[in-house]
Design a binder for this molecule. Structure first.
Ligand code: KG4
Ligand code: ZN
Length: 351
């Protein structure tokens, strides 16, 4: 089953070609440099870049996959969540591709892509988790940690999800980025905070662990952000400023964020004892402290830990194509010009 998949939900223009679960090509045109000077993603700037890059990325993805447009059986596109005017670029192009080639379109939830990104197989059929039979993995838990989302999902099976925890304010990635901005680092702050944290020690600066006492599975980072701002002002007014202090501060901030995630994950495992697997996804899993400690916890509790390959943790169209494969297998496709014309973006789409 040959699928061409498109994702333009945020600041990456991505196109992938898959044959079932097997990835044939994956183009990711990152716009990070373009948005750096603004300190964040500017939707209109992103839209212009998507419009310019998408047709080229489609051609390149087909070329690298050694496929012609007429070889493609389905076109898949992110419907949401994401930035409205950016999602539109991908959807418009996907509709055009579907009509020109007379094939069905599959609308995909970007977060389901992150959730299942561990299951993508490489061109030789290998992959991190080359399971053939996916059934024994379920029921499972999913932990999504990205720039916009921090969520725990109970997964009864592929396509059958229940959100059991989410952030009440900022996402964990957003908290890292805002803290990075406070520290005067560039955009995105998360990776810079993480590299400073590696050189620092935990326990030198006091910061709270968010939602430590709450009984539910939700997250919140605004209190931690405010506490960090106060600590920073105190340290600045005392005239202290050196690299060691910055490293310790970053280490403590990272610890607080990771600890808050571990606490809620542990609670989720306790509440859903039938879960056999932990699926993970999202750009914040580039953080080694998070990916390592979540892995320890999952294994300690007897869950199989699925961590996507690094290139599939951030936004990419391969994961969109993978979800489309499962949806096509269930017949969840849109056929005909009338159905296609009704498809619209859903910027706040939930799982
Ligand atoms: O999933 P993603 O690529 O984009 C979406 O939000 O869809 O996640 C990006 C987020 C940013 O907030 C970035 O700062 C964060 O992931 N991030 C990290 C690290 N690498 C990326 N946060 C902490 N430590 C890292 N090493
Ligand atoms: Zn994403």
């Amino acid at each position: 089953m040959k699928i061409l998949a498109i994702d333009t939900s945020c600041d990456e223009t991505s196109v992938a070609v898959l044959n079932g679960r097997v990835l044939l090509s994956n183009i990711v045109a990152s716009q990070t440099e373009l948005h750096k000077k603004w300190g964040g993603v500017v939707p209109m700037v992103a839209r212009r870049a998507h419009e310019e890059n998408l047709p080229k990325a489609i051609n390149e993805a087909l070329k690298r996959a050694k496929q012609k447009p007429s070889d493609i059986e389905y076109v898949a596109v992110t419907q949401g969540p994401g930035l409205a005017i950016d999602l539109e670029v991908g959807i418009t192009e996907a509709k055009k591709f579907a009509i020109e080639n007379g094939i069905p379109l599959i609308a995909v939830n970007h977060m389901e892509g992150h959730l299942l990104s561990s299951l993508i197989l490489n061109s030789n059929g290998s992959g991190r988790y080359p399971f053939i039979d996916l059934e024994p993995l379920f029921p499972a838990l999913g932990l999504l940690v990205s720039g916009k989302h921090t969520e725990i999902i109970y997964m009864k099976g592929i396509g059958d999800y229940e959100k059991i925890g989410q952030t009440l304010d900022d996402a964990a990635g957003e908290a890292f980025d805002k803290f990075g901005r406070m520290m005067g680092f560039g955009y995105p702050g998360g990776p810079i905070v993480a590299s400073f944290a590696k050189k620092g020690d935990v326990g030198k600066i006091e910061l709270p662990i968010p939602m430590q006492k709450s009984k539910d599975l939700n997250f919140s980072y605004s209190g931690l952000k405010t506490a960090a701002l106060y600590r920073l002002e105190e340290l600045r007014s005392s005239g202290k400023k050196d690299k060691e202090l910055a490293a310790n501060f970053c280490a403590q901030f990272e610890y607080s964020v990771v600890q808050s995630i571990l606490l809620k994950l542990e609670k989720a495992i306790e509440l859903y004892p039938d879960a056999k697997t932990l699926f993970t996804g999202g750009g914040v899993f580039h953080n080694e402290s998070l990916s390592r400690r979540v892995g320890w916890l999952a294994r300690r509790e007897g869950l199989r830990y699925l961590l996507p390959e690094k290139r599939f943790r951030s936004d990419n169209a391969a994961m969109i194509g993978l979800v489309a494969f499962f949806k096509a297998s269930r017949g969840e496709v849109l056929k005909g010009e009338k159905k296609l014309s009704q498809l619209d973006r859903v910027p706040r789409m939930g799982l």
